[in-house]
Each structure stands twice: as structure tokens, then as C-alpha cells.
Design a binder for this molecule. Sequence first.
Ligand code: IPE
Ligand code: IPE
Ligand code: MG
Ligand code: MG
Ligand code: MG
Length: 335
Amino acid sequence: MATEMTMDTLVAYKTDFESGCAEFLSRYPDSELYAPVRYLMGLGGKRLRPALVLAACEACGGQKAQALPAALAVELFHNFTLMHDDIMDDAPLRRGHATVHEKWNDNLSILSGDALHVMSCEALLDAPAEALPDLMRTFHRTALEVCEGQEQDMAFESREEVALDEYMEMIRLKTSVLLAASLRMGGRSAGSREETLDALYEFGLHVGLAFQLQDDYLDAFGDPEKFGKQVGGDILSDKKTFLLIRALEKAHGADYDALRSELGQKKEGKVGRVLDLYRRLGVDSELRDAMAGQVALAEGALARFEQSKSGALQGSKAAVSLLHGVAAMVTERLS
Ligand code: IPE
Ligand code: IPE
Ligand code: MG
Ligand code: MG
Ligand code: MG
């Protein structure tokens, strides 16, 4: 199956990344400030973003080693956002274990998260000198966009009405731009030209939108054993996800009143009641269709990426097929 091949290639990139990461972390003191950093990084995760950096670099004809600094930067930055996101979302679980603020406290989680952000910037400094200014521009712009998206996500919790296009813009910012930047930075580390980098970025944006839609789906309907996070957390905090927005748009009469009455409180059984409404209103299958739409757009961008390279260095076929596989994998993980 395509997904199995993709998983094998992902594991290979993950292995490359892990050894580089261990070496990088060993540069920092063994003190309390870095304990949460080592803990969260040590809990693993899919390492999707660094795999995309390395794959994009190879798909553009570069060598993985050229892109390792960018891969480290995006994964360290991603983990920083998770450490702070878990405080903001009051989340008890991350990757199947206690979140940093639960295991330690909010203050250390804020401070270690800040350190992790700075570490991500330090990691990038080892990138090829010729690519560094452009990599830094992409990386810092992206970091600000993620903060903008996180601010919107939080503000939407207490807003009564959020439109679907506002939600799509919010997830573009909080999630997609980092996947897109990972691909662009991988291609840039290989020295690719602008047209190629733009196609990679656009591919990442659509994969990222599909990926956050999937994350929202799994937060509601995922298997608690496999998800590694608290299932129903988004429902408890009234997150304006695709599911809630569409349910509020589709519900009428008693269903609408029932759904509205669940917002702003956390009474026993809230998650189950909201999930029943989601299923009855069919917003789960709507979300799957929206995801498939994004995956199709991602495939279009990938085709443009391949065209943009014709005549130039072709790059690794395995890396290109990983990019195709990642897009497909996002939809397959729901079944
Ligand atoms: C979680 O990202 C945050 C989102 C943007 C949905 P991942 O699902 O990539 O988390 P890990 O790194 O694999 O744990
Ligand atoms: C994550 O969104 C976005 C960032 C961390 C920037 P979520 O809040 O949905 O991520 P999870 O579900 O906690 O991983
Ligand atoms: Mg969040
Ligand atoms: Mg969260
Ligand atoms: Mg989530």
C-alpha cells in the first residue's frame, strides 16, 4: 500500500533526524531549564515537519545533510509551540504522556518553551551560508504567522459566530504555514529556484490544511489509545473547529438549541452529547470531503513542482514519492 511505503520512507528520514537532534541537544546544559525540552523532544512524535524538510531537499537534488539545520529548526519550533499550546488549551496529555505544565508547572513550561524557541533559531544558523538569509526570513515570518493563528484560535473560543472561511484562515496560520515553510526551507537548502520553492510552499499549505482538519476530526472521533491527546478537548473548550462551525450552521430547532446550550459550560457528558449531534448532522463526513478537496489541491501543486524542475537537477524519486504519499496518508489515517 502507498501508505506503508510512505511510512517506511518517513521512518528513514526520522532516523536521520533523530541522530542530528541528539547531537544538537547535547550542546545544551543538563539543567532544569532544559529538562522539559529534553522530555518533550524525547516523547517523539511523527517528526512530519523535519521529514518534509529533508524530503524536499532531496526532491530538489540536494543532500540531506544540507537541510538538517532547517529540519532541526522547524521541529524544535514545532515543539515550542506545543509546549505553550498545551498551557493555552489546558491539555493534560501530549504524545501519550503528561504535558509539560502538568508534569512541572506553567512557569517552567513558559520559560522552557521560550528557550526552545531560541534553540530553534540557533539550530538554523548552521544552514549553508548562501541560503541562510532567505531561510531566516521564511522561518521568522512563519513563526509570527503561527502566533497570529494561535491568537485567533483562542479568540474564537469565546466568539459566538465564526465563519468557515475565518476558520480556514486561522488553521492556515496556526498549522499550514509551518508545513509549507518546512518544504520551502528544504528546497531552499538545496539551492532551488523561486518557482520550485513556491510550488513546494503551496503544496505544504494544502497538506497543512488537510492535516489540521484531520487533527480536529481525531480530537473528536479519534481512538483515545492511539491519539496520544485528550479526546474531546476541543469540544470541552468550545474550539470553533470545522465540526462545530458546520454543526451550528446546519442545526435547526431543538438540535440548534441543544448545541448552543452546550457552549460555555463543561457539564458531565458534554463531549458525548456534542458528538451525537455531529454524527446526526453529518458534519463528520463533510469534514472528510473538505480534507479530500485539500489533498487534491496539494496534488495539483506537487505536479507544478515536478514541472518546475524539468531540465534542472531531477532529485531523488523516493523523496518525490514520499511527498505524494504524505498527501494521501493524511486522508487514509481517518479510516
Ligand atoms: C500537532 O502536530 C499540532 C498540530 C498542528 C495539529 P503533530 O500531529 O505533527 O504532532 P506530533 O509532533 O506528531 O506529536
Ligand atoms: C495546534 O493546534 C497548533 C499549534 C500548536 C501552533 P491544536 O491545539 O489543535 O494542536 P493539538 O491538537 O493540541 O496538538
Ligand atoms: Mg491549540
Ligand atoms: Mg492544543
Ligand atoms: Mg488539535
